[in-house]
Design a protein around this ligand. Structure first.
Ligand code: NI
Length: 184
């Protein structure tokens, strides 16, 4: 019996804060055909959705490839999930303007931090088929890409906090930070 491997999607183990793979730099993927990139993307997608995440970078599943996936907020409609893949990405800020907002990370479960990011960025990358793709994005879309891109350089959001104290267990953050901000 011949079974196409593509039908077997695996949920991968997510590396947690403290694992050295999370602070390592990744390597450009030189030849897309040399690794089973489609299988990696399928497995990472399944892993991200299972964990209720909106982005997942290769180091988070113990891989050293320069690539990440994320749920694309600009093209999702209703319940439809749309996942984008950026391979060998390069990003650049469009403006110096920054914005602070709460972030979480599947590698730091249960915690949240207020993170400063550029409001808008442009990116260049390869898609799953090796074609060059470009984009200019802002808001949540720009934030997710900056967060995932940092993972490829071994940087976690905890080193980009807007205030040292604006980090902690999501439960406490909800209680003491978010509610107070809403009331202001
Ligand atoms: Ni993360």
């Amino acid at each position: 019996m011949i079974i196409d491997y593509i039908y077997f999607v695996s949920i991968l183990k997510i590396a947690k804060l403290g694992h050295p793979v999370l602070v390592k730099k990744t390597n450009n993927i030189k030849d897309l055909a040399s690794i089973n990139i489609k299988k990696i993307v399928l497995d990472m997608s399944e892993t991200m959705l299972d964990a209720n995440g909106i982005g997942l970078a290769a180091p988070q599943v113990h891989l050293t490839h320069k690539m990440f996936i994320y749920r694309n907020p600009d093209i999702e409609e209703g319940d439809k999930v749309k996942i984008s893949v950026l391979i060998n990405p390069i990003i650049e800020k469009i403006t110096d303007d920054t914005e602070d907002d709460w972030e979480a990370c599947l590698s730091i479960p249960g915690m949240s931090g207020l993170v400063r990011r550029f409001k808008s960025i442009k990116y260049e990358a390869l898609d799953l088929n090796g074609n060059k793709i470009f984009g200019e994005v802002e808001g949540l879309h720009a934030r997710v890409i900056q967060h995932e891109f940092d993972h490829l350089n071994g940087i976690l959001y905890t080193s980009r906090l807007a205030h040292k104290s604006a980090f902690g267990f999501t439960e406490e953050i909800e209680k003491f930070w978010k509610k107070n901000n809403e009331e202001k």
